[in-house]
Design a protein. Structure first.
Lengths: 404, 125
């Protein structure tokens, strides 16, 4: 199903006349032409602020932002009113931690996991200064979550459980419904970091029954600087916003407190990133049109092929679950005797774009004892040829082996 | 730039057969460390000097092949030199000439890190 032709960046050739081999979508995805045009259309045809002004451009901008909300809502099977715009997943998780912190007392517990991105660790760790205990569910050596340990750590003092739907390093797809059920059984709220899952697989917040779920626009073929969180309507109705300002109030007096607008607007202080939101709506529509089932099947086929080829490379070790049924299109690996910086140098020379390092998940690297890795990640525009180029380049990189 | 131009036979030879003693050599008299900000490269360098002459160089190198090879080239150069000459040997250009590698500008810090460790040691830290 490779959709390269929809992505102008990928239509270029590199300085040696080779097709672009972009395998860093886990960091940020490419944008289809439709997303860029949607943003351009706003800036060139109806650039105005939303919700405030009563002239046609503003009305059109408002309708476009609310239309985007409906598209993003459809993508995750939510009601539009339960989608809140943010600056991205990091922004969303920080806001959620701030908002939920008001409901936590000293001695309460937050449970997360050792496979989290720093963005789903640090906002919760900060609560420890207020006496909130943070516990971390362990992983098995194969990179799957230790569900028994998770369940044991979710005590009846646990108020919030925050976990990633898909690991950005291991590709591990966590059983979100099961984890949410464990949280609910203990009376805790479940926050899902879906930055790596919403762009790549069907995500249904109703079926998952999560309380909150966050994702980033730029990983789901949309613009940078925008993202969203989903919140169950009953939570959004009672939570206080983390930030206050224009756009979220119905009445303000000097005596205070303000009368807030209903959700989701009460959580969106200030002018939203209008162009980016419109672009994100277009990206959601693009994903819906392709079909998330088909996207998942496509990436699964790529990762299955890559896993098979990588297994045949001596000295190459792939992190994460060996079964492609339990992992997304993420391939983090080490090459024996060749530091990741040098693996990257060989890949770069062959026109392959990947990332190396700890991938903002330092505790995970330490727990698994793998240190820095080279990471290739796939999306709708990648194909088997990209995987074969990667495999060939890694084979050549492995020839640099230096005995430790 | 091609990978072959960077990973020259000389660079790989230095990385595979380092001219330094692995770890701290007995009786070391000078020790210095240096790291590359924003990257994993870190070098701990040890010098054994007798009567003002360098008789052995030890190192613990964590990092890429370029950093490993440059540390080896530096160690090979230092042996037999007067301690007073050592600082001049740490120049990246001199190390590059030995490893015969075309190193991109973004990775020159990897070439320099062993020399920085030596200079730190000569300064007394």
């Amino acid at each position: 199903m490779s959709r390269r032709r929809d992505f102008p960046c990928l239509e270029q050739l590199d300085d040696q006349g080779r097709p672009m081999c972009y395998l860093d979508s886990g960091a940020t995805a490419q944008r289809p032409r439709a997303v860029v045009l949607a943003e351009e259309e706003y800036y060139l045809q109806f650039n105005a602020n939303v919700h405030r002004s009563a002239y046609p451009w503003s009305a059109r901008a408002t309708a476009a932002v609310e239309g985007a909300r409906a598209k993003v809502a459809a993508l995750v099977h939510a009601a539009p009113g339960s989608i809140v715009w943010t600056g991205g997943t990091t922004d969303a998780l920080n806001k959620l931690a701030l908002m939920l912190s008001g409901t936590l007392e000293a001695g309460d517990r937050v449970v997360t996991t050792v496979m989290e991105h720093h963005s789903n660790l640090l906002p919760w760790q900060r609560l420890a200064a207020r006496g909130v205990e943070v516990a971390y569910a362990d992983v098995h050596d194969d990179g799957t979550l230790d569900i028994d340990d998770f369940a044991a750590k979710v005590t009846d003092r646990t108020k919030v459980v925050a976990f990633t739907h898909q690991s950005n390093v291991l590709g591990t797809i966590n059983p979100a419904e099961e984890l949410v059920a464990i949280a609910h059984e203990a009376g805790a709220l479940a926050v899902v970091d879906a930055a790596q899952s919403v762009p790549h697989m069907p995500v249904d917040v109703q079926a998952m029954d999560c309380d909150f779920l966050a994702a980033s626009g730029h990983k789901m073929l949309g613009p940078t600087g925008v993202g969203f969180f989903y919140g169950k309507p009953e939570h959004l109705a009672r939570l206080q916003p983390a930030f206050l300002g224009g756009g979220i109030v119905e009445q303000v007096t000097l005596e205070g407190p303000p009368v807030l607008r209903p959700p989701p607007h009460r959580f969106e202080a200030g002018t939203p990133p209008v162009a980016q939101v419109i672009g994100l709506g277009e990206a959601a529509q693009y994903l819906l049109d392709l079909g998330m089932d088909r996207i998942r099947a496509h990436e699964r086929a790529l990762v299955e092929h890559a896993l098979k080829e990588f297994r045949a490379l001596p000295g190459v070790q792939v992190a994460g679950p060996p079964d492609p049924a339990h992992r997304g299109g993420v391939l983090a690996f080490t090459v024996r005797g060749v530091p990741p910086e040098d693996v990257n140098e060989v890949l770069k020379a062959e026109g392959i774009m990947v990332r190396f390092g700890l991938h903002c998940a330092e505790p995970l690297a330490r727990r698994l004892g793998i240190g820095p890795t080279t990471r290739a990640t796939f999306h709708v525009y990648n194909d088997l040829e990209d995987v074969d180029r990667l495999v060939g380049a890694v084979r050549r990189a492995s020839a640099l082996e230096v005995a430790a | 730039m091609s990978a072959e131009a960077l990973y020259s036979p000389q660079l790989l030879d230095h990385a595979r057969r380092p001219r330094f003693t692995r770890g701290p050599p007995a009786g070391w008299t000078i020790r210095g460390t240096a790291g590359v900000p924003g990257c994993a490269d870190h070098v701990e360098l040890f010098v054994v000097a007798h009567a003002g002459r360098i008789v052995d160089v030890g190192a613990v190198v964590q990092g890429c092949l370029v950093a490993q090879a440059a540390a080896s080239a530096l160690a090979g150069t230092l042996r037999g030199r007067a301690v007073g000459e050592a600082a001049a040997m740490a120049e990246p250009a001199a190390l590059l000439a030995q490893i015969r590698a075309q190193v991109p500008a973004g990775r020159m810090a990897c070439v320099a890190v062993a020399g920085l460790a030596l200079q730190a040691g000569l300064r007394g830290g």
